[in-house]
Design a protein around this ligand. Structure first.
Ligand SMILES: Nc1ncnc2c1ncn2[C@@H]1O[C@H](COP(=O)(O)OP(=O)(O)OP(=O)(O)O)[C@@H](O)[C@H]1O
Ligand SMILES: [Mg+2]
Length: 462
């Protein structure tokens, strides 16, 4: 086929729809606009486009339902790019799980959006079909956030939920790795099967082996009856092996064998049992080959990290803080955080990440004895947080993965430019050599935007 590629733009806001159509035409493609699902269905009857740009929230129906409808119909191979609102995690996960090609967030970054459209049209030529999933979607991944980093995580959760490959989740303590593992299970077709978690660091190797694989009667002293292990109880569900970075070398070999063969034996037995659980692992330790202090064998790492989800530390995605704070306030007597206290919360380094934030907020809510948390209700380390900000210990940078370090550097540069420009955003953007909309996106991402309203975060918790 050599005809001009066409893109169907489904957007009920007319100005936006026309703007998008015009932008798509600059790529040399034909753009067809549809002001809602009814019009989109009519347009599809005229012929399948090469790419669909779909707003998730439309006046005449849900874009997600429409996506599912498309996936079951003759247009199932047409790549669909969904537009979601910032902070709309649930819809992003579901859209990616249900086979969306990619998502873009509003307000649009036009060059990025056009690059995605181009990629989608190219992919269309490969005509790869994506199998629809038939599971009952769960309401919520439980992961709150509005940062670009959190969006990438939702996207990966959606992708992982649609696959059966092993997933490795990395990130510092308290960043939400357990929640990610749980969300992968909940959004997967296995959601009605068991979800079983084992902490590999909690038991000595001999006990752990029988914990994982079970044992036969008489396998060792005290084994008075046959016992099934976690691989067996996870059945066709999901098995989370937590703290994989601490796994004893002898068990690493055994686990590798299970993953390779898809079968295992109970300790002291020789019956071959099928390992049908989907394996998800998590760790806060270094596990990449070559990482200092890594004890995980290289071949096992590659088996486990078919899909790798890195959850960045909270200090590298500070724009998530206000929403996490209001999430933590729910169920406490307090209702809000003073502007000054929020400044401290935004400035603090959060070595314990989200877990620490939840503890701090819950404790402060009790201490404040009223409705508003203020600076004196915060622990000493936080009260001093403003001074600590900006003074990086040079050695520290070596400990953090490159992408976190880059995000942190970018945040500091943006904050410094805004300070130098005394809040004048055009001037700050000029100093940074970026366009104003880009600056706004960065300010949003790093929680540097409109400090005035940070005390009453009102996110879309959908
Ligand atoms: N994005 C998030 N939204 C809401 N709650 C979160 C988020 N991330 C983490 N939490 C909460 O923070 C706490 C710590 O999360 P979790 O146990 O998943 O961390 P972890 O990365 O597994 O930590 P560890 O390495 O110590 O096991 C939990 O109470 C979890 O519910
Ligand atoms: Mg954990």
């Amino acid at each position: 086929m050599t005809s001009t590629p066409s893109v169907l733009v489904i957007e009920d806001e007319s100005g936006l729809r026309e703007g998008l159509a015009a932008a798509v035409e600059t790529l040399g493609y034909r753009a067809v606009g549809a002001a809602g699902l009814a019009e989109a269905r009519r347009a599809l009857r005229e012929g399948a486009p090469d790419c669909i740009l779909l707003d998730i929230r439309l006046k005449d129906g849900s874009g997600l339902d429409f996506l599912n409808e498309l996936r079951k119909g003759p247009e199932r191979d047409v790549p669909v790019i969904v537009a979601t609102a910032y902070g709309d995690g649930e819809r992003t996960i579901r859209a990616m799980r249900d086979g969306a090609f990619d998502y873009v967030t509003k307000p649009f970054d036009l060059p990025a959006l056009l690059a995605t459209v181009e990629r989608a049209v190219k992919q269309r030529n490969l005509a790869r079909s994506i199998a629809p999933t038939a599971s009952a979607p769960r309401a919520d991944g439980g992961l709150v956030g509005t940062s670009a980093a959190m969006h990438s995580i939702w996207k990966l959760i959606g992708r992982a939920a649609a696959s059966t490959s092993p997933v490795l989740i990395t990130g510092e303590t308290g960043v939400g790795k357990d929640l990610v593992a749980r969300a992968i299970h909940d959004y997967s077709p296995r959601s009605r099967e068991p979800f079983v978690a084992v902490n590999l660091a909690a038991l000595p190797p001999t006990l752990l082996e029988s914990e994982l694989f079970g044992h036969e009667r008489g396998a060792f002293t005290g084994a008075s009856a046959r016992r099934s292990g976690r691989f067996e109880s996870a059945a066709a569900g999901t098995l989370l092996l937590d703290e994989i970075g601490d796994l004893d070398p002898s068990l690493q070999t055994k686990l590798l064998r299970v993953l390779q063969d898809g079968s295992f034996e109970r300790v002291g037995g020789n019956e071959q049992l099928v390992a049908s659980a989907r394996v998800v692992t998590a760790t806060s330790k270094p596990v990449r080959p070559g990482d200092a202090g890594c004890v995980l064998r290289e071949d096992l790492y590659y088996r486990l990290a078919v899909i790798e989800i890195h959850v960045p530390p909270l200090r590298a995605r500070r724009s998530d803080i206000p929403l996490l704070v209001s999430h933590a306030l729910a169920g406490t007597p307090a209702r809000a955080v003073s502007e000054e206290a929020m400044d401290r919360l935004l400035a603090y380094e959060w070595p314990g990440n989200v877990r620490e934030l939840i503890h701090v907020v819950e404790r402060a809510a009790v201490l404040c004895g009223g409705e508003v948390i203020d600076v004196p209700n915060l622990p000493e380390s936080l009260r001093a947080a403003r001074a600590a900000r900006g003074g990086a210990e040079p050695g520290e940078a070596e400990q953090v993965p490159l992408r976190d370090a880059i995000a942190e550097l970018e945040r500091r540069m943006v904050a410094a430019a805004l300070d130098r420009a005394k809040g004048n955003r055009s001037e700050a953007a000029r100093q940074l050599g970026i366009a104003r909309p880009q600056l706004y996106a960065k300010m949003e991402e790093y929680g540097l935007a409109t400090r005035g309203d940070s005390g009453s975060p009102s996110g879309d918790k959908g």
